[in-house]
Design a binder for this molecule. Structure first.
Ligand SMILES: C[S@@+](CC[C@H](N)C(=O)[O-])C[C@H]1O[C@@H](n2cnc3c(N)ncnc32)[C@H](O)[C@@H]1O
Length: 267
């Protein structure tokens, strides 16, 4: 069952977020008879099922929690991981820059822990498809579990392969690489991504970006964009509105490009 509930009240089977006053949250799939055990006490799922979302509830120790639906960003931050995962701020820009939406087919590598895969699966909806390549079986298994937990695994085809061997698909509209050496796979990308399609990649260092740009230029990619997304939170105090003291200063550089079909100019 996907994680966006349709009703105004919490139902059995819904994914719920219990948010404490210290902003710590717990994710649970609501199930009659089950209990959530936290360091601030126990909450019975039976006491949550049927309540309107947004209700304040109390643990058996009297500690307050809010019953909420998790946002996609909350779920991405909570991704169980064995690799570096992509951050919501970068993922959001990838989705709009590559026009990933309902019904879309998107190919990606590597799957890693599946954070980006989750966002792609959410965005393409029931009629779209995500095809995700990974060469390490243990990473693929973890990503599969993460997607299953959110009820999104049926939108993803997981493929266990080193992408040096190429992709099976042809004529796809969007392809994303989150691997350390994307420059080595640009011929494989060209075979799979249709001309005029959307290519994207995330890289942590400028050296890697330089190598990727050179490879993209060599293979007739145009409209190459390189950017980074800086996200700064503010303390929400009306009379002293100012940025928080700390921020995540660096995650990675995003590279976008479009494969083109160069033609000779008319005589
Ligand atoms: C940084 S992780 C990807 C994280 C993922 N995008 C996420 O948000 O959770 C990179 C993954 O790429 C995989 N990988 C690296 N090179 C690969 C290749 N040539 N073919 C397939 N997978 C590869 C690694 O095994 C690793 O799991």
């Amino acid at each position: 069952m996907p994680f966006t509930p349709e009703k105004a009240t919490a139902q059995e089977g819904d994914l719920a977020q219990l948010l404490s006053t210290s902003h710590r949250f717990f994710l649970v799939r609501l199930q009659a008879g089950a209990e959530l055990h936290t360091h601030k006490g126990v909450i019975r799922h039976d006491d949550l099922i049927g309540l309107p979302w947004g209700t304040q509830v109390y643990s058996h120790l009297g500690e307050p929690f809010y019953l909420l639906t998790p946002s996609l960003a909350d779920l991405l931050r909570e991704t169980r991981r064995n690799t570096q995962i992509m951050f919501p701020k970068d993922i959001g820009f990838v989705l709009v820059s590559m026009s990933i939406g309902p019904g879309q087919t998107v190919v990606e590598a590597g799957t890693g822990s599946g954070a980006l895969t989750t966002a792609f699966a959410f965005a393409v909806g029931e009629t779209g498809k995500v095809i995700s390549y990974e060469r390490r079986p243990e990473m693929q298994a973890l990503a599969r579990r993460n997607l299953k937990r959110l009820g999104l695994e049926h939108r993803v085809e997981f493929k266990l392969r080193d992408i040096a061997e190429g992709f099976d698909e042809r004529g796809v509209p969007a392809l994303f690489l989150d691997v350390p050496n994307p420059e080595d796979y640009i011929p494989q990308v060209r075979q799979t991504l249709r001309s005029g399609g959307f290519f994207g990649s995330l890289l942590p260092t400028t050296n890697q970006v330089s190598r990727l740009i050179a490879a993209l230029q060599e293979h007739d990619f145009a409209f190459i964009d390189v950017c980074e997304i800086l996200l700064r939170y503010y303390k929400p105090v009306p009379e002293r509105l100012r940025p928080t003291d700390r921020m995540v200063a660096h995650t990675g550089y995003l590279v976008f490009a479009r494969p083109t079909l160069p033609q000779e100019p008319p005589e």
